[in-house]
Design a protein around this ligand. Structure first.
Ligand code: GDP
Ligand code: MG
Length: 442
């Protein structure tokens, strides 16, 4: 919502742009995403910034897409009226993307983007490239040089699914005579029904080949002349001008909104996995902290208190990573709920733990260390469980969902291999105790 005063009457295009800008800005400025998580998703945030920039500058991006050697670079050069992009008879001349401003559009800010061809890469790579190119462009020129191959048709379907406007450019029309052009148009029109509107199928000859004409005079002498066929790009130019004039900025707003929409969807999933990743490291850090604190602390009651405090900090820390900050008491309540379920499910296990905890009083020297390490490992394990369960609860938006607390705890316990976790924990604790004397404060 814009609260600043607009003195001009907004047209549909402007309000679309505002909306698009808003949703991009909202994604960028989302305070619930902490820096630790943002760092993991740097590239996505960079893309968001580029998109917002483009929108603010009113830029329009037109990209070519298609098989290698159909004449993508040539089509762009013909539009630009200069050899801005390199062209080659060799396959795959265009290795990376290139961008060039199309000066002929008076309004300015229209850019043509050249891309590598698509046929020598496998299907998955093709899909990825198709999405990437589509995401970054407001209008696509899908270039072919004959009837569409299966690979081209599937690539066209992929880009069409991104809802970008597409012009199907049938290049190298100089290779066909008039009748063949008509036939080709009919065949292609049929093939792309539902994907491309008939007015967006345009024939071009971006870089026509030379024609050798042999003339025979009355005496039977042959003379060879080489004739340059004319470049034919005017239909594409005028179609582009029409579209730019009619929809210009709306197109880039449309694109930005689509991008923001799909990104926020993707970002939702990516955010979750980035949060998991950061959460994982965080939990591990607290497991070490708690394992060592417990291993070194000879008084079992204090063990439990210290342990609880560490778990509370961990849950608060996790709640920030998940963008749902919790207070100390809220975190405490959550731990209580989790602990209650753990007690129910693992009664014997904790009973042994508490018994060994009691044993620790009065023991000295080596045996204290041994018991300490064993207890540290138990503490580590319990913190891991609390952390994982808390994460699950946070990932569901601070709720137990349909699963409920009991089943959630049960599922997490089932997913963890207790024995191997505890033996790894012991190793880490012992390794830590060997290298330093004091536990790390977390
Ligand atoms: N006959 C003919 N050849 C063309 C045309 N456009 C491009 N070519 C040729 O096709 C080859 C590949 O062109 P290029 O633009 O590099 O294709 P890209 O790989 O799709 O970028 C080059 O040899 C061009 O000269 C055209 O309209 N007619
Ligand atoms: Mg090229």
């Amino acid at each position: 919502m814009s609260n600043n005063s607009h003195t001009t009457v907004m047209n549909k295009g402007d309000s679309n742009i505002d909306l698009a800008k808003e949703s991009l800005t909202a994604l960028l400025d989302d305070r619930r995403v902490p820096d630790s998580v943002r760092n993991v998703l740097q590239e996505d945030y960079q893309q968001l910034r580029i998109m917002l920039d483009k929108l603010e500058n009113g830029h329009l991006h037109i990209a070519v897409f298609g098989r290698v050697s159909v004449g993508k670079s040539s089509v762009l050069n013909a539009l630009l009226g200069k050899d801005a992009f390199s062209v080659s008879i060799l396959h795959g001349e265009t290795k990376t993307e290139g961008i060039e401003e199309w000066q002929e559009v008076d309004a300015g800010g229209v850019y043509l983007i050249d891309t590598p061809g698509i046929n020598e890469i496998d299907g998955e790579e093709r899909e990825r490239l198709a999405h990437e190119v589509a995401n970054r462009s407001d209008l696509l020129l899908f270039v072919v040089d004959s009837d569409l191959t299966d690979v081209e048709l599937s690539a066209l379907k992929t880009v069409a699914a991104t809802n970008r406007p597409i012009i199907l450019v049938v290049n190298k029309s100089d290779q066909y005579n008039e009748k063949e052009v008509l036939q080709l148009r009919t065949i292609i029109r049929k093939r792309v029904t539902g994907l491309i509107a008939p007015e967006n199928i345009v024939f071009t000859a971006a870089s026509p080949s030379q024609q050798t004409v042999i003339m025979v005079d009355d005496e039977g002498n042959e003379t060879e002349t080489i004739r340059q066929r004319p470049v034919d790009i005017i239909n594409l130019k005028s179609r582009l001008w029409d579209i730019i004039e009619a929809e210009g900025k709306t197109l880039s707003a449309l694109n930005a909104s689509l991008f923001a929409g799909s990104l926020s969807e993707q970002l939702g999933e990516k955010l979750l996995s980035a949060r998991k990743q950061v959460g994982e490291d965080t939990i591990h850090m607290y497991c070490i902290g708690k394992g060592i604190a417990v291993a070194l602390n000879p008084v079992p009651v204090a063990d439990l208190l210290a342990a609880a405090a560490i778990d509370v900090s961990m849950v608060i820390h996790l709640s920030r990573i998940y963008g749902l900050p919790m207070s100390k008491s809220e975190a405490g309540e959550l731990i209580k709920t989790i602990a209650a379920q753990m007690l129910v499910l693992y009664a014997t296990f904790w009973a042994i733990h508490l018994a060994s905890s009691a044993l620790k009083i009065g023991t000295v020297g080596f045996s204290t260390i041994v018991t300490g390490v064993a207890q540290g490992a138990v503490a580590w394990y319990s913190t891991l469980v609390v952390g994982r369960v808390a994460e699950d609860y946070l990932a569901k938006g601070k709720s137990w969902g349909e699963t409920g607390p009991k089943l959630t705890v049960q599922n997490i316990l089932d997913s963890l291999d207790r024995d191997s976790i505890m033996s790894e924990a012991k190793e880490e604790i012992v390794a830590y105790l060997k290298t330093s004397k004091k536990p790390k404060k977390s």
